[in-house]
Design a protein around this ligand. Structure first.
Ligand code: GDP
Length: 206
């Protein structure tokens, strides 16, 4: 898939006020600074669609973008910023929970983790909750050009073995770099495939 159009639709803190759920939707989430904005910009061929390096915890909003007039890309506020006060974290949790549990058109969530670091509790807990809810997610390893091929394989292996302790299957995984564009085509093709399934399902229901 080629991204020809990417337009900002709205930001809001109330999941109930998100756009009408009439198109397939894909959410992107991860710890702040994981490279989420850079990845979104890479996928959409824009330099500034998502804001890079916002002050952690500053604006905690659900951001909707419409891609090719066909599907929504959602930039969710990052988690795990050390300096955020408890109150902020609770607000984040309520908003994300409300969004994830109520959004009927959410097809898949892309959980971003830094290729260079060990599986972190906060990321695993988030994945665990997604699994418990039966919500599809994939893992996206970011900043992969910063480490060698073997180190990446080690990171992937570690995630697989941690996840397989609890689950019978591991989710799809994508290795990416916003610097080299690695993973761009794979992610967009994956979304394209899911979009087709979404349309087929809707057509089947008619
Ligand atoms: P966000 O807070 O998750 O939205 O992260 P950003 O996209 O703002 O990125 C955080 C920092 O990591 C910035 O300094 C980016 O330039 C850098 N960064 C993001 N993606 C990559 C990448 O693929 N490779 C490298 N080397 N740096 C990256």
């Amino acid at each position: 898939m080629n991204v020809k159009q990417a337009e900002f639709v709205m930001s809001n803190s109330d999941p109930a006020k998100c756009p009408k759920p009439d198109r397939p939707e894909y959410a992107f989430i991860g710890r702040s600074n994981v490279g989420k904005s850079s990845l979104i910009n890479m996928l959409t061929n824009r330099h500034h669609l998502a804001k890079t390096s916002q002050t952690p915890g500053k604006t905690q909003l659900i951001n909707h973008f419409l891609i090719n007039g066909e599907w929504y890309l959602v930039d969710l506020p990052g988690y795990g910023f050390a300096k955020a006060p408890q109150r902020e974290r609770e607000k984040w949790e309520r908003m994300i929970d409300g969004y994830l549990s109520g959004r009927q058109n959410l097809v898949c969530t892309f959980v971003l983790v830094d290729s260079r670091i060990e599986p972190q509790r906060i990321d695993l807990e988030f994945m665990e909750r997604m699994g418990e809810r039966g919500m599809p997610f994939v893992i996206v390893f970011t900043k992969s050009e910063k480490i060698g091929v073997n180190a990446i394989q080690q990171t992937v292996k570690r995630y697989r073995s941690v996840l397989l302790k609890t689950w019978a299957e591991v989710p799809p995984m994508f290795i990416t770099s916003a610097v080299s564009n690695r993973g761009k085509e794979e992610i967009l093709n994956y979304i394209d495939e899911l979009n087709r399934e979404f349309s087929a399902e809707i057509a089947g229901k008619r």
